[in-house]
Design a protein around this ligand. Structure first.
Ligand SMILES: C[S@@+](CC[C@H](N)C(=O)[O-])C[C@H]1O[C@@H](n2cnc3c(N)ncnc32)[C@H](O)[C@@H]1O
Length: 536
């Protein structure tokens, strides 16, 4: 039975946002079951989970089989419990099929598989203002597309429908059905179109670099989605002085060369100074080179928990409503030591030996996640404090593609309370101070998460309350109707600043040595295959 218990654990972890099935299954060693079998079983179960949940709910199986999931004495197999209710379950399956207007079980199977291959996510495309314009692309690449005013129409489009939705928050951003293949188009290959999730466009847009003037540092830049977006914003405002520079840092050597290539393909190399293999922490905030840095974009490594899993086609794991564990419900089984665990990992183990194994693994995963989040958030906070130390800086955005408050609201509050923030007068960028589209964006920070850290210590240096700070933070929720990945962004501003001079080099620095020359990186020309969204 360990296959089913292990699959249940994986489904439960995925349901709680713990990553894609592929990541959960293959990043862990020590499963008793074969990894490929586990992967196949969990993805199939997830696909069918909507139908299964409906059938289980309507058959009231869980009310009959106790409140807390299917609990079985050791002598029963799980199959026997299901067999006992076979007629009831079959009747509900038939009803579920008929509710969907499907004549046969084969048609239902095709329907389920069809839903999976069609993700509930549009394909977001940023039109790169450095190379083209939205109007130009609507008349060329998207000439055969029908414009719609409803994102849902794009998400639910059939595979042969060519629809386009112009985003209402971020300029130059469009959505098309996920199965529209644009990677073969000339516009894509020439860097006019960039595949970038809507949420991932928020940081550069919120930073609004022209508002502060001066140079901009992108501290964690590869593969370069946000760097090229910054460059495009500067170009489209028409306010860019020839001197304004974006300094893009990337620590990882492999990702550094990807960044350099993206900058070039996107046509941002006249504005962007790429610092390859550069650790942001090693930049001296008071160095002459950075005396004109007014804005910093921080998009550091994070848990990546907001990224929409691609391996299972955006499958959501559904659970029957009646399965929510009831805390005081009695558990079954003679020697059970813990309350029943119901399935998504909620089928109880059929014998006590398995119960002893299954539960600690769940606890172990939780504690592993906890320590991972603790070290990530410590690193993220250090990044923010370092950014706040740049002498002339007056705007910062901090973002993650994480769903966890530990990496988001908690980091924001700790940064606001830090010595450097207090000394230099950094405060949160209030909602009313944000650029139009971000001010209008409806999903804001988690007030309870803000309050948890804000109210735990002395707050004399923070004038806003938890509600105001949460409202200043921006969130995107993975898998909801907005069609974005899970994301978080907050802005920081500092008011009392004197201006200073500026530098004007377009150069590439590799391994700390600068190579001057039109910003171009001398490397062999490869065919441009573009980038997907940024990873964790
Ligand atoms: C979430 S990704 C950035 C995605 C990027 N902003 C984009 O939109 O395309 C984080 C990046 O930060 C880099 N990184 C991590 N620590 C760093 C450090 N100390 N200095 C500079 N880069 C760092 C990682 O190698 C990774 O490429």
């Amino acid at each position: 039975m360990s296959l089913y218990h292990e699959a249940a654990q994986i489904l439960d972890t995925a349901r709680k946002g713990g990553g894609s099935f592929k990541t959960i299954v293959f990043s862990k060693k020590g499963w008793k079951s074969d990894g490929k079998t586990l992967f196949a079983l969990t993805t199939e179960t997830a696909k069918w989970s909507e139908i299964l949940s409906e059938v289980i709910e309507k058959s009231e199986l869980l009310n009959i089989e106790k409140q807390n999931g299917i609990a079985l004495p050791a002598k029963h197999g799980l199959a026997l419990a299901i067999t006992r209710h076979k007629a009831r379950l079959q009747a509900e399956l038939t009803k579920a099929r008929l509710r969907r207007g499907l004549a046969t079980i084969e048609a239902l199977r095709i329907h389920v598989n069809g839903r999976v291959t069609k993700p509930s996510h549009p394909r977001w495309i940023r039109v790169n203002a450095l190379r083209t314009s939205l109007a130009e692309q609507l008349e060329s690449t998207f000439a055969g597309y029908r414009r719609v005013d409803d994102l849902a129409a794009v998400v639910n489009a059939g595979s042969d429908q060519r629809l386009i939705y112009l985003d209402q928050h971020v300029p130059d951003l469009v959505a098309v059905p996920a199965d529209c293949v644009l990677t073969m188009s000339t516009a894509y290959k020439e860097g006019m179109l960039l595949l970038q999730d809507k949420a991932s466009c928020f940081p550069a847009y919120l930073l609004n670099p022209s508002a502060a003037g001066g140079d901009v540092i992108d501290a964690c830049a590869a593969p370069g989605n946000k760097t090229t977006h910054l460059a495009a914003i500067l170009a489209s405002t028409g306010e860019r002085s020839n001197d304004t520079e974006i300094i893009a840092c990337e620590k990882d050597p492999t990702r550094s060369s990807v960044l350099a290539r993206m900058i070039k393909v996107a046509g941002a190399d006249r504005t962007v100074l790429v610092k390859q293999n550069q650790d942001f922490f090693r930049l001296q905030p008071d160095a002459k080179e950075f005396k004109n840095v007014r804005s910093l974009l921080l998009d550091p490594s994070c848990s990546g928990s907001g990224i929409v899993g691609r391996d299972e086609g955006g499958v959501v794991v559904h659970m029957p409503n009646t399965l929510e564990p009831k805390e005081n419900a009695p558990s079954r089984g003679k020697k059970r030591k813990r309350p029943a665990v119901s399935v998504s990992a909620k089928v109880e183990p059929t014998n006590d030996a398995e119960a002893e194994e299954a539960t600690p693994e769940l606890e172990d995963d939780k504690s592993k996640l906890g320590s991972r989040l603790a070290s990530l958030s410590e690193f993220q906070l250090r990044m923010l404090r370092h950014a706040m130390a740049f002498t002339a800086a007056r705007r910062i955005t901090y973002s993650t593609c994480s769903i966890y408050a530990e990496e988001n609201e908690h980091v924001v509050i700790k940064a606001l309370k830090s010595e450097v923030a207090v000394e230099r007068g950094w405060r949160i960028m209030k909602r009313e101070e944000q650029v139009d589209g971000m001010r209008r964006w409806h999903k804001r920070g988690d007030r309870d998460a803000v309050a948890e850290v804000l109210e735990s210590t002395d707050n004399k240096d923070i004038s806003l309350d938890a509600g105001q700070i949460a409202d200043a933070c921006i969130r995107c929720i993975k898998g909801d109707d907005d069609g974005t990945m899970g994301f978080f962004v907050a802005g920081f501003v500092r008011d009392d600043l004197q201006g200073s001079g500026r530098s004007s080099n377009n150069q590439v620095i590799a391994n700390g040595h600068s190579k001057r020359g039109n910003g171009a990186i001398e490397e062999e020309e490869e065919e441009w295959n573009g980038f997907d969204d940024d990873g964790p």
